[in-house]
Design a protein around this ligand. Structure first.
Ligand SMILES: [Zn+2]
Length: 352
């Protein structure tokens, strides 16, 4: 299959050659907050139980400017399905997710991406573990190829060596590979490589796009991107979480909320991150800054909402369909500036 065969539109690499590509992620958090899957195990059961909700979120991200509909198969792998007693549903969950993505992508000029992720059972240096994980990647990649994806994303992977297994599975299927690593508090992979060195190894092994996703928000991800950009010649990706990480708390897992005494887990992650949410302008600023560094595959991971993606698209000079409803404060009841807003309202704007 060629890069452009599946969708009949320009393929991923062609689009990246012409300008930035936006890929909305963050489906687990978005659908958990809407009540369609369980925080903790974070298995995309919504694909089978609430397919309309998944399709609607795809549609909202598409309207907001995502160039890609990412199949919601994050954690739809054998280890996770076994964990919740649904291993028998593995193939149906994957194929249904891929078909939902393809259907919505066809409504716009979007690419369809397959998706594999951290296995959680990878043990560095253990050949048995590597074989098991590779087999998990192979079966998911196989279903994605069957269902006609344009390329495959391997994401949120902490071990560069596990990411290499995912990359091998994707390249064996002959598809473009986007590989994004998750970098925890220490700015290195779990085997101790700098992100730049890990990216270089992934490029050498055939990755088409390398970069980072999840775990870190814009402020603590941005400093890691320049060295990656310098280390590789291929395209570079950045998809931060939409939370205000930084300083002593570079990851959304490490954030603390001393203003709240009612956190059941004692920490905001993962279900009480609301006070740390990035606003749309912070996401737009990240998009501009990352693009200026030479990062051209951009998106948002956990915490992403359609308004973030629209702001990212607009920051990159786009005007997606949802921009029809972008803010117009000139017509606000009190802060408005147009003549039709009564002077009496304008006069009290600063007292509200
Ligand atoms: Zn994430």
């Amino acid at each position: 299959m060629t890069d452009t065969a599946a969708s009949g539109t320009a393929g991923l690499l062609e689009r990246l050659g012409a300008g930035p590509v936006i890929c909305a992620e963050g489906y687990l958090f978005a659908l958990e907050s809407r009540g369609y899957l369980t925080a903790g195990p974070y298995v995309p059961e919504a694909v089978l139980e609430h397919p309309d909700a998944v399709a609607q979120l795809h549609r909202e991200f598409l309207r907001a400017g995502s160039d890609v509909v990412l199949a919601f198969t994050y954690y739809a792998h054998r280890e996770k399905l076994r964990l919740i007693g649904r291993e028998d549903d593995l193939e149906e969950m994957n194929r249904t997710a891929l078909r939902l993505a393809r259907e919505v992508a066809a409504e716009g000029n979007a690419l369809v991406a397959g998706n594999v992720s951290n296995s959680n059972i990878f043990v560095d240096g253990d050949a048995d573990s590597a074989r098991t994980v590779r087999a998990m990647f192979d079966e998911q990649v196989g279903w994605a190829v069957d269902e006609g994806v344009d390329y495959i994303v391997a994401e949120t992977i902490g071990h560069a060596n596990e990411a290499l297994l995912a990359l091998e599975a994707i390249k064996a299927a002959g598809l473009p590979a986007v590989i994004t690593l998750a970098i925890f508090r220490e700015p290195e992979t779990r085997e101790g490589l700098s992100p730049a060195e890990a990216a270089r190894r992934l490029e050498d092994a055939g990755a088409d796009v390398v970069g980072l996703n999840c775990v870190r928000g814009p402020a603590s991800m941005l400093p890691l991107l320049g060295p990656i950009r310098e280390a590789v010649d291929c395209h570079v990706a950045a998809l931060p979480v939409a939370y205000r990480t930084g300083g002593d708390d570079p990851t959304f897992l490490s954030l603390k909320d001393p203003d709240c005494a009612c956190l059941p887990e004692g920490r905001p992650f993962p279900t009480a991150l609301d006070p740390f949410a990035c606003n749309r302008y912070e996401i737009a600023e990240f998009a501009r800054d990352a693009y200026a560094l030479g990062v051209n595959y951009l998106g948002v991971c956990c915490g992403a909402a359609p308004h973030h993606i629209r702001s990212m698209a607009e920051a990159l000079g786009r005007r997606p369909p949802a921009s029809k409803y972008s803010p117009d404060m000139s017509r606000h009841a009190y802060f408005g500036t147009v003549d039709e807003i009564p002077a009496a309202n304008k006069a009290i704007a600063d007292t509200l």
